[in-house]
Design a protein. Structure first.
Length: 378
């Protein structure tokens, strides 16, 4: 399984590996992009049945990555010869097109073309033509294509062509691995303010440098808001080194899992006015922690959280401020939102996610395409 260490794919990979280990599936985790931090390395190696191989090859979505992508492909094929896996699980696209011996499952967590369209409001420019061609080639080479939401799967089909074998497998988190476990037990959600543990502030955790997360709009909405707004995440783009600056909010920087859990346990409201979000793992963590959700009105977030969140137009700081003020002022509304979101979140577990991936792996290994058994049927 490939993974990068920059964003939510890392958390997803570790949660999936841990849940698969309980099903006696051994995972060889190959990292690219930035090297794992000491904390990330310890977390990976603490999972029984996980082997960790590290690299710092540039990722396919970064600027001018292609020499590194080629070298990474050679490295990955060398790993395959060494560990002889039954299945290749790629959390990227381009390397599906190299000369693997084992069957390949590609998981589409996001992509540049859909990101650009959602964030910039126009098709991606010509400088991404090679990226588009390489991604399309990788997707065609995959045995199965998976996405964490139907909205993301539709986006992949629209931008790169339809694949004959696809699955929607939502991401998941288990309370025993999520920082939200510090906020509540599975049977007793925390009492919301003014009665108990929740505190009057709005929280958001995101890649703050990423325009898609739209943290600047949340910072603008904080002006005149009665409750303070607290942001967690790195404001520095790892590809360009550019730093984004935020006023009117409290910045925490990057948090480890334990610290994130503590902040989610305290926050009464979690706001994510994203312009682009194929799934939203931080939203799931916030829901598990008993936060009321205020989210960008996107097809993917509607698909996952309809009737369990309040939705806002991502570009309107005024509307976001109005909605946050209403949720902050209404205890009954806030509690109802939090309870509905948490009930939904408990169904999005890593255990269920692993069951579906395990079925797909079994299809690839034993059933085979020629026998006409679909991974959905498996």
């Amino acid at each position: 399984m490939t993974a990068d260490t920059v964003g939510g794919v890392w958390t997803y990979a570790l949660d999936l590996a841990a849940a698969l280990a309980r099903r006696r599936v051994r995972v060889v985790l190959a990292t690219m992009g930035a090297a794992p931090s000491p904390e990330q390395r310890r977390a990976a190696l603490a999972i029984g049945g996980v082997e960790l191989y590290e690299s710092v090859y540039r990722l396919e979505w970064m600027d001018d990555p292609w020499e590194d992508v080629q070298r990474a492909g050679d490295w990955l094929l060398g790993l395959e010869r060494r560990v002889r896996p039954d299945v290749i699980h790629l959390n990227g696209y381009v390397h599906a097109g190299i000369a693997w011996q084992a069957p390949v499952i590609v998981v589409g967590h996001s992509c540049v073309l859909s990101w650009w369209e959602a964030v910039k409001g126009e098709p991606a420019p010509a400088r991404f033509d090679r990226y588009a061609a390489e991604v399309a080639r990788g997707l065609r080479a995959a045995s199965v294509v998976v996405a964490p939401s139907a909205a993301m799967l539709r986006s992949l089909s629209r931008n790169y062509g339809r694949h004959p074998t696809t699955l929607v497998i939502p991401n998941g988190r288990d309370l025993d691995r999520s920082g939200a476990a510090q906020a509540a037990s599975a049977t007793q959600p925390p009492r919301l303010m003014p009665h108990g543990s929740k505190e009057p502030f709005v929280f958001c955790a995101a890649r703050l440098w990423d325009e898609a997360k739209n943290a600047l709009t949340l910072a603008d909405a904080a002006i005149g808001l009665e409750w303070p707004v607290v942001l967690a995440g790195d404001p520095v783009n790892p590809s360009t080194g550019e730093r984004r600056h935020f006023d009117h909010v409290r910045l925490l920087g990057r948090l480890d899992g334990a610290a994130m859990g503590r902040w989610l346990a305290r926050a009464a409201v979690y706001a994510s006015p994203a312009r682009y979000e194929p799934f939203g793992l931080s939203v799931l963590e916030a829901a598990l922690a008993g936060c009321a959700l205020v989210l960008g009105d996107l097809p993917s977030l509607r698909e996952l959280w309809n009737d369990a969140a309040v939705f806002v137009q991502p570009g309107s700081a005024a509307q976001l401020r109005q909605v946050l003020s209403r949720v902050a002022a209404d205890d009954r509304l806030r509690e109802a939102l939090a309870l509905r979101a948490r009930a939904r979140a408990l169904n999005l577990s890593a255990t269920r996610m692993a069951e579906r991936y395990h079925a797909a792996y079994q299809y690839l290994v034993s059933a085979g395409r020629a026998e006409g058994v679909s991974p959905a049927a498996a």
